[in-house]
Design a binder for this molecule. Sequence first.
Ligand SMILES: [Zn+2]
Ligand SMILES: [Zn+2]
Length: 167
Amino acid sequence: MAGEFSRRTEGLLDQAETVCEHRGAKLTELRRHVLGLVLDAAAPTGAYELLDRLRQSRRGAAPPTVYRALDFLLEQGLIHRVERLSSFVGCVAGCTTGHGEGESHTHAAQFLICRQCGKVTEMQDADVTAVLARAAKEAGFSISGATIEAEGLCGACRSASARRPAG
Ligand SMILES: [Zn+2]
Ligand SMILES: [Zn+2]
């Protein structure tokens, strides 16, 4: 089934496979397929949409199949779940270099969600994470995971709607 996705996606999938190998985890053909669907999608994709797409080449695919694959990909930090949209996006950093903090392969991330075109941009701003950690510490709180989701208009949509340069 090679060559099913765009060349860029296939490249990321190869890298993700290597990242998994280094950790002693296995990116099975099914997991690779689901990750490919997430990476190839233009916008964040929900589990049922992924199931529909998966069924185009795997007729018997059932919801638990997709959920188990998604759980694995989340654990490996190869994808993120955007709660606001109940959808999944690929983490290119996770696919290319891998990233891990302590025991976990997941990492703190911020998402900018465009309410017009639905585009989601991932940021990994250490300052944001540090400020949040400090404020939490002052409240006697220990953070184990932090995903921040911000809604608004992306640069392209801003310059399309207002005829002045964005930013
Ligand atoms: Zn990420
Ligand atoms: Zn937009």
